[in-house]
Design a protein around this ligand. Sequence first.
Ligand SMILES: Nc1ncnc2c1ncn2[C@@H]1O[C@H](COP(=O)(O)OP(=O)(O)O)[C@@H](O)[C@H]1O
Ligand SMILES: [Mg+2]
Length: 292
Amino acid sequence: MKALHESQLSRFNLIHQGKVRDIYDLDAQHLLIVTTDRISAFDVVMPTPVPGKGELLSRMTRFWMRKTEHIIPNQLTAIQPADVLTADELAAVGDRVMVVRKFKPLPVEAIVRGYLVGSGWKDYQQNGSVCGHALPAGLAQAAKLPQPIFTPSTKAAVGDHDENISREQLVAIMGEDKTAQVEALALAIYQFAADYALPRGIIIADTKFEFGEDENGVIHLIDEVLTPDSSRFWPADQYQVGSNPPSFDKQYIRDYLESLDWEKKAPGPVLPEDVVANTLAKYQEAERLLTA
Ligand SMILES: Nc1ncnc2c1ncn2[C@@H]1O[C@H](COP(=O)(O)OP(=O)(O)O)[C@@H](O)[C@H]1O
Ligand SMILES: [Mg+2]
């Protein structure tokens, strides 16, 4: 498959270019989200795309949005890309494009953690808690938490890192009512997905959701959902408390980058073919297990 590093839908207004997504305005109610084959690591976009990643992420997001419709309405619409794009435009972006309803994004990255890993593990070692959630003493790295926890963070401006905030800080930003709704929704979607994935061989260690509201204040699921870019997926058969399990995500690229003399600042290094292929293989394995 030919890789797409950057989309060129010049007939539309590009309103945002993220690390992975190119977002265009379609009309007053809709956006065109193009999930490109770009991959970022350590917050730097790599110059080498991963061909097939954009389609895969789009498929997974659609999959999970349909699966969770009974919990929360979402951005999906019946409008097909072919309804709004020319044949040439469609050929250029392939199955990486989604026509979605435009909502007002809530100013929070709704992170849910089911396991003690990453920055949560660091926090726990220092403070015995994770983002202010008190936890039992003596938990080991990668331990399953007594119950999943909601650990919101701010949406950083481009180039900045997201910052964890307490529930109280989130209440100060968007009020108790919205905070309580987002918290309950994020936990419910996570629990549903974790229960779905586990018998299929995948542990969802943590994930991040984004929400948007319509003109009546009804909260919808937006952006990407439960992809390897927004989540930590662990192979259940290799899970061991006490060590950081291998995961179906960017760990492969991160490990490769750690082996280089690179300062984790843009520009990123060109990725060798085998690193690209192995990364895609991890993403594909996650998709196969989850959606087969
Ligand atoms: N349905 C939607 N309505 C409005 N905004 C959306 C919708 N879906 C996604 N977004 C916004 O699109 C942006 C994606 O940008 P960003 O996260 O920077 O891209 P990337 O994930 O590629 O780095 C987010 O700010 C998100 O809130
Ligand atoms: Mg994003």
